[in-house]
Design a protein around this ligand. Structure first.
Ligand SMILES: Cc1cc2nc3c(=O)[nH]c(=O)nc-3n(C[C@H](O)[C@H](O)[C@H](O)COP(=O)(O)OP(=O)(O)OC[C@H]3O[C@@H](n4cnc5c(N)ncnc54)[C@H](O)[C@@H]3O)c2cc1C
Length: 340
């Protein structure tokens, strides 16, 4: 493996606009500030660099992942014995009538800010969602009533052998879901959005109001991934659970998973250096010295509590690198991993 990968490093370094880092600590690349080293970390700027890098990466036979800003990731303490690819192209372009396009490596906030400056409505409520445009498309990011799915026109991506495009329907968006979650070896390169002409001033005012709320909930230096678990669709809940949900907690047809977590006593729980916020049961953060093992242990405990209390399986919104998959909890009645 080492010999094959050292040849891979040389081949990657020969591609224009590609930067290669060996044994890169992923704690530097994630908002949780958790994660061991990645054998090869590749930054590729532009379509040719990304497609060239993917061709080399695939031919190496090593496991590989794509990542963006690392704001929705849990990386194992052991790191990732493979290759991580980060598209870094960040150009943003606008064209009439009210279409704005961005490369995957652009920050979502830069895209949101550009749209507000143009006086185009549709992305402004997503102000304050950290991470890249690529990550936002992958997870159909959204906040305050709007998500990527409502305004996205087209995505350009590399499927490993050719450049392809998908329209909105082709992306199969659902709540925090897209086709890219099923096709993890497709690399998103850029996306375009059709917005509604409006007026910059009220859009900016609304964005500022939202940002102030968000900053009080997620201080900018908080080491976290936003919400750990997806919310639940009210209509999909079993009838006995639905009956227990007070109408006032339902938002846009969804029940915040924080509601179930709070009932299960999650607020303020701790596992080593990892803490559930005492004001928000679906917000877990690293106090500074937390590990991925503690994070997984706490997630297992929270999932188990909600299952025991409501018979519901919470699903992580956060994505994992360097693990076999999401946290699995023991079947009901069997002992679970306890919180450290
Ligand atoms: C404080 C805080 C608040 C948050 N609030 C919200 C919120 O309100 N709403 C919301 O939806 N999310 C929220 N999030 C979660 C996170 O910001 C989003 O999921 C974001 O879109 C992730 O983007 P990223 O670039 O950081 O992706 P990463 O975390 O780097 O990656 C996430 C996933 O996207 C995939 N991916 C990334 N780039 C590409 C690409 N170019 N091609 C293919 N796959 C790719 C990765 O493989 C990975 O599986 C919040 C996070 C934090 C830390």
């Amino acid at each position: 493996m080492m010999i094959a990968l050292s040849a891979t490093v040389s081949r990657l370094r020969a591609i224009p606009n590609v930067a290669v880092f060996e044994n890169e600590p992923l704690q530097r690349r994630t908002r949780f500030a958790i994660g061991g080293p990645c054998r090869i970390f590749v930054e590729a700027d532009g379509v040719d660099a990304v497609s060239g890098a993917v061709a080399v990466i695939r031919s190496s036979g090593a496991p590989w992942v794509t990542l963006g800003g690392g704001t929705n990731l849990i990386v194992s303490d052991e790191g990732f014995d493979g290759i991580a690819l980060r598209p870094t192209g960040s150009a943003i372009r606008s064209s009439a009538p009210a279409v704005i396009a961005a490369e995957a490596g652009a920050s979502l906030q830069d895209l949101v800010d550009a749209s507000i400056k143009l006086g185009w409505s549709g992305l402004h409520t997503m102000t304050g969602i950290p991470g890249s445009v690529g990550g936002a498309v992958y997870g159909n990011a959204g906040a305050y009533g709007r998500s990527v799915a409502e305004s996205l026109v087209e995505v350009e991506f590399f499927d490993g052998s050719s450049l392809r495009r998908l329209d909105n329907a082709g992306c199969r968006f659902r709540y925090r879901e897209s086709i890219f979650k099923q096709q993890k070896d497709w690399v998103i390169l850029s996306a375009s959005f059709r917005l509604q002409p409006a007026s910059a001033e009220p859009l900016g005012a609304e964005a500022s109001r939202i940002l102030a709320i968000r900053n009080s909930k997620y201080p900018p230096d908080m080491k976290c991934a936003g919400s750990i678990f997806k919310n639940l669709i009210l209509d999909e809940l079993p009838e006995p659970v639905r009956r227990q949900v007070p109408a006032e907690v339902v938002r846009e047809g969804k029940v915040p998973s924080a509601y179930f977590l709070e009932q299960a006593g999650a607020k303020g729980m701790r596992a080593g250096g990892i803490q559930v916020a005492d004001y928000h049961a679906n917000l877990i953060y690293n106090t500074g010295c937390g590990t991925a093992a503690e994070l997984r242990s706490l997630i297992a405990d929270l999932k188990g509590r909600v299952r025991d209390r409501f018979g519901l399986e919470l699903e992580e919104e956060v994505q994992y690198i360097g693990f076999e998959g999401p946290v699995r909890i023991a079947a009901a009645g069997q002992p679970r991993q306890s919180v450290l």
